[in-house]
Write a protein that binds this ligand. Structure first.
Ligand code: 1HN
Length: 346
């Protein structure tokens, strides 16, 4: 039973003033706000950011703001439900589209928030993470976990654009967000993706150069796509053709706070994801799809991005009857699981 609770206005003005002067606040007028009945009231609104509307403005940023004046030339995909100034796609997720032009260098730094890059278009750029030079091609996922040095460079001839996903809102809320700059990193030979390229086989640790917390930093799209196609062919009745990006040495999520997935929708497929507590983001890598969140329905073209709040079902549909659609998905699952608030509702 949920009774009406007393309001702030019900209290005498002099009593309220006496509380305020002593840095005290009555709980009962705020109790239903912080503990709504049955389910949370997310600020996160289902929001669609069409790539066609981002790209021209990002290229214009390339003309207006030199890289030295930006360090990272990014347009943030801000959720209006959180207020645009707060740079949040959801409670814990930050999204941005970043542009690097030929010859530019985004200087080396490290910071406490975890980041990943999902490459959207262009060839010739690279991200140097913890000494490992990661080439960037469409669909590649490159990790820059908390505390690892990273810088970006571009030896190609066309603009390169990628999607950044960070847990910045959470780390900032924790008052734990800061960065440190450095000079250029030294490149160290060897790539985690080559050392972990075959399922079920791991390098014997005694021969490893180091026992790194993040043994794999680049997940090439060609491999993720092939893994989805194999899974779909192996299990024709499997509804959700989805792979999780994991740390190959532990099998845990690739990063500590956000989860990352590659998903395939079979030709003509409609897939309803049950309501779950974490918010989600969807980025269409290949094909055509719709994303339905309650009353809203977004038509995603290639390179479009959208988000959905937690606690509501999401229905995805492939708009093509003859070709598969491929999506990159990010969500707050590891965070919710670690904190013990993860829920699925039937
Ligand atoms: C960052 O370090 C990058 O390294 C991109 O490319 C976006 C947004 C907020 C804080 C740090 C990058 C970022 C960021």
């Amino acid at each position: 039973m949920s009774t009406e609770l007393g309001r702030l206005e019900d209290l005498p003005a002099d009593y309220r003033e006496a509380l305020t002067e002593r840095n005290l606040v009555p709980l009962w007028p705020n109790l239903r706000g912080v503990l709504p009945p049955g389910k949370p009231r997310p600020r996160t609104r289902a929001t669609h950011w069409p790539y066609a509307s981002i790209k021209p403005l990002l290229l214009q940023a390339g003309e207006l703001t030199p890289i030295e004046k930006a360090e990272r030339r990014v347009l943030v995909l801000a959720n209006p439900g959180h207020g645009l100034d707060n740079m949040q796609a959801s409670a814990a997720m930050y999204l941005g589209m970043q542009l690097l032009l030929p010859g530019e260098w985004a200087p080396s730094h490290r910071h406490t928030p975890n980041a990943v890059r999902m490459v959207v278009e262009g060839e010739g750029a690279w991200s140097l993470v913890d000494g490992e030079k990661c080439p960037m091609s469409r669909g590649d996922l490159i990790l820059t976990p908390t505390g690892l040095w990273h810088e970006h460079g571009h030896d190609g001839t066309e603009p390169v654009i990628w999607l950044d996903v960070l847990d910045l809102p959470l780390v900032y809320y924790m008052e734990a967000s800061y960065h440190v700059n450095s000079d250029r990193q030294t490149v160290i030979a060897g790539h985690g993706e080559n050392r972990h390229a075959r399922g079920g086989l791991l390098p014997t640790l005694v021969f490893e150069r180091s026992n790194r917390a993040y043994p794999m930093l680049r997940y090439p799209w060609a491999d993720a796509r092939a893994a989805l196609e194999s899974l779909a062919a192996d299990q024709p009745d499997l509804e959700a053709v989805q792979m999780t990006y994991v740390n190959p040495q532990t099998g845990a999520h690739a990063e500590n706070i956000l989860g990352f997935y590659a998903m395939m929708l079979r030709p003509g497929q409609t897939l309803t994801l049950p309501a779950r507590s974490p918010a989600m983001i969807f980025h269409l890598i290949e094909g055509g799809a719709t994303v339905q969140v309650e009353q809203q329905r977004f038509g995603l073209a290639e390179a479009d991005t959208c988000c959905a709040p937690g606690y509501v079902p999401v229905t995805l549909a492939n708009t093509s009857a003859c070709a598969p659609a491929f999506l990159f998905v990010a969500d707050e699952t590891p965070l919710h699981q670690k904190l013990g608030v993860y829920e699925t509702r039937a």
